[in-house]
Design a protein. Structure first.
Length: 360
């Protein structure tokens, strides 16, 4: 019995001392492993007299269970402590505010698109989209620009390739966002109120022209829409966009095949001291083309011109972005110069909205 008490004290003591999983496993092997001390002792039972065995057997079994339980308990305690330790070093305070770090900025064109989308959405316009590679029909014919119409030349069109022998008119890189008028009318019918911001392409390159630039198309068709609503809508837009109380627009008679009557619109501004101010001064800056949608165009969009009428406009996004944010050279917009992007870019998390303010 003394031998068992000694084994008990030895292995319970070692278990207590074991400071990690490896040490604990060594104790287990030494005591309960196949060649462990207690296992060997149990093998000796066979050589004992029945009387001796009756006492030693249960005692050894009890010792084996006791040490096994102690090893498990110690194992669990060590695991808990290790987890505790890890939690101490790996904890994370998820309630901390975000840390500002250098990140990309929103390009002024994207910013302006978000701004004008917010303004027109407030007036009930939805955003419509169309492809940048457009069919000849959508870009020209449907907009009342017949094949021999001089406007086709004025558009400096990029044409896509057609296989030799394929005599259908080639697709084009859309020269304006006006084809989205047709697609939106076909998709939604009348009444309709949409804007369509996006990229357009013309073969042109100098300080005020790039081969790719941006327009936003506007289209409003209902039973009795007139030029008066066009004027109000554009004035409302300019006031909100340029963030000034007063704007003055000048409608100049013009010509577009897809509108009748047509008007180009200038905004009153001042360049005094090289500083652009919108709404005052004696200068005028052209910002868009507009007019009442031509009956042929309504028909191409599947809308009956005897039942419906409305206005359309097309505005240069790059132009109004330059005006609003004082950006002198159009080409810089598309050069991806990091210093320029950091200087003119907008914070990624500041979404323009009417209630919160369009720009800081
Ligand atoms: N599509 C014309 C342009 O690119 C602009 C415009 C759109 C004019 C809609 C009138 C109506 O110049």
């Amino acid at each position: 019995m003394d031998a068992i008490a000694a084994l008990r004290a030895k292995y319970l003591g070692q278990t207590d001392q074991a400071s990690d999983a490896d040490a604990l496993e060594a104790v287990r092997l030494a005591a309960l492993g196949k060649k462990g001390e207690i296992s060997l002792k149990m093998r000796e039972l066979g050589r004992m007299s029945p009387e001796e065995r009756q006492i030693a057997g249960p005692a050894l079994n009890a010792l084996k269970s006791e040490i096994d339980a102690a090893l498990r308990a110690r194992r669990a305690a060590l695991d808990d402590a290790a987890l505790e330790e890890r939690l101490k070093t790996e904890w994370l305070d998820v309630t901390l505010p975000g840390r500002p770090r250098p990140m990309g900025t929103i390009h002024p064109i994207s910013q302006v698109m978000d701004e004008l989308t917010a303004i027109f959405a407030d007036m009930g316009f939805r955003v419509a989209e169309g492809p940048q590679i457009e069919s000849d029909w959508y870009n020209f014919d449907a907009l009342n620009i017949a094949p021999e119409h001089p406007a086709r030349q004025e558009h400096d069109t990029f044409f896509m390739h057609r296989a030799a022998g394929d005599n259908r008119p080639p697709h084009v890189l859309r020269t304006h966002t006006s084809p989205v008028q047709i697609r939106a009318m076909q998709a939604q019918g009348a009444p309709i109120r949409v804007i369509a911001p996006g990229r357009v392409y013309r073969m042109d390159m100098d300080q005020t022209h790039t081969p790719m630039f941006h327009q936003v198309e506007g289209l409003a068709i209902d039973r009795d829409i007139t030029m008066a609503q066009l004027k109000w809508t554009l004035e409302e837009f300019c006031r909100a966009f340029f963030e000034v109380d007063q704007v003055e627009l000048r409608f100049r008679a013009s010509h577009f095949p897809f509108t009748e009557p047509s008007a180009e619109v200038d905004i009153r501004c001042s360049w005094e001291g090289g500083q652009l101010k919108i709404g005052e001064g004696n200068d005028w800056m052209e910002i868009l083309g507009s007019g009442m949608v031509h009956p042929h165009v309504l028909r191409a969009g599947g809308i009956d011109p005897d039942q419906w009428q409305g206005f359309a406009f097309g505005m240069g996004i790059d132009r109004i972005a330059m005006l609003k944010y004082g950006i002198p050279d159009l080409r810089a917009f598309f050069e991806s110069d990091l210093r320029w992007l950091r200087h003119y870019g907008f914070q990624a998390l500041d979404q323009p909205s009417l209630p919160a303010g369009l720009s800081r």
